[in-house]
Ligand binder design. Structure first.
Ligand SMILES: [Fe+2]
Length: 315
């Protein structure tokens, strides 16, 4: 029995030396600012969640992940875990309560309940005529306005760890995450990566909310955000490219594990942010799967993963 079952992924929390520069990147990436204080920046997507990305002012650092829990009872249970913070009122825009835990890599894991909701933001509607649905836009022209992606919601966070075994055990035991795909190299017992999803019973959830990669260092590999559709991935790519100052890392392609259409960009401090659309969704009944690196860590289409991305981890 897990300590709690994380009900949702809420945010990634980073530290950046310059909030103006951070906001410029995040706005170009497709977030919308919901609040900014003297030393913190809160960005949202189009879904009615208060914020999905937090930047604190300070030397570049990955601080940790925030997950929603379903009830205050879950907070009370979490607060009894060894090393837990106790229940705190969150002194940040959106409010809410939280319990802070520390994962085996030293990162802060916030379990959160009761953050204020916000109104959904309007999105560019874009109806696509394809497959058997050729008449969905009958008589109407497709004209997609150029501009940044429309980030909808946060999808997953990816860590590299020098101790993947302890890390997976911790996330599964404390957050109730379920393995979707364990990736092995050579022998099946040599797990080099693991994709894990939320346990929401019969409800279907993204193929992964947390991916852990075994590596020689510990740090954030990337933060990942869902965008509206395939045009949004492409428009976002062109928008980022048009700025002439952001480093493109990998994409556009379609993953095997999770099946998303992806595109990866670095922020000014090298932290990778992903746009994706169209994920596989599974519920708690799906069995854990084992897949070899050769079969799993490739693309269904698009460029092969660059070594630089495989090795990437920012503490
Ligand atoms: Fe990803």
């Amino acid at each position: 029995m897990a300590l709690v079952k994380a009900a949702d992924f809420l945010w990634g929390r980073l530290r950046s030396p310059d909030l103006d520069q951070a906001e410029e990147f995040l706005t170009d990436f497709g977030f919308v600012r919901v609040a900014r204080t003297k030393d913190k920046l809160f960005m949202r997507g189009t879904d009615p969640v208060h914020h999905i990305h937090v930047t604190e002012r300070g030397p570049s650092k990955f601080v940790g992940f925030g997950y929603a829990v379903a009830s205050e009872d879950d907070l009370r249970r979490a607060a009894k875990a060894p090393g837990a913070s106790g229940i705190e009122s969150i002194d940040e825009p959106g409010g809410g309560k939280r319990v802070r835990l520390t994962d085996p890599n030293g990162y802060q894991i916030e379990l959160v309940h009761g953050v204020e909701k916000v109104a959904k933001l309007p999105v560019r509607e874009n109806v696509i005529n394809w497959g058997e649905a050729k008449l969905r836009r009958a008589g109407t022209l497709c004209r997609v306005p150029r501009g940044p992606s429309q980030v909808k919601r946060i999808g997953h966070g990816v860590l590299m760890s020098t101790d993947i075994g302890a890390t997976l055990k911790w996330y599964r035991e404390n957050l109730g995450l379920l393995p979707s795909d364990d990736v092995y190299a050579g022998d099946k017992s040599n797990v080099i990566g693991s994709f894990n999803r939320l346990d929401r019973g019969d409800d279907y959830v993204d193929h992964h909310v947390f991916f852990c990669i075994a590596g020689p260092k510990t740090g954030l590999n990337h933060l990942s955000f869902e965008v509206r559709d395939v045009d949004d991935v492409m428009l976002g790519h062109e928008h980022m490219k048009s700025k002439g100052k952001y480093k493109h890392v990998w994409g556009i392609g379609r993953h095997v594990l999770g099946s998303q259409i992806y595109d990866y960009w670095q922020d000014p401090w090298g932290r990778v942010h992903e746009h994706w659309t169209d994920t596989d969704v599974l519920n708690a009944r799906a069995p854990a799967n084992q897949v070899s690196a050769e079969d799993g860590l490739v693309s269904q289409w698009g460029d092969a993963v660059p070594q630089e991305f495989i090795d990437h981890a920012i503490p």
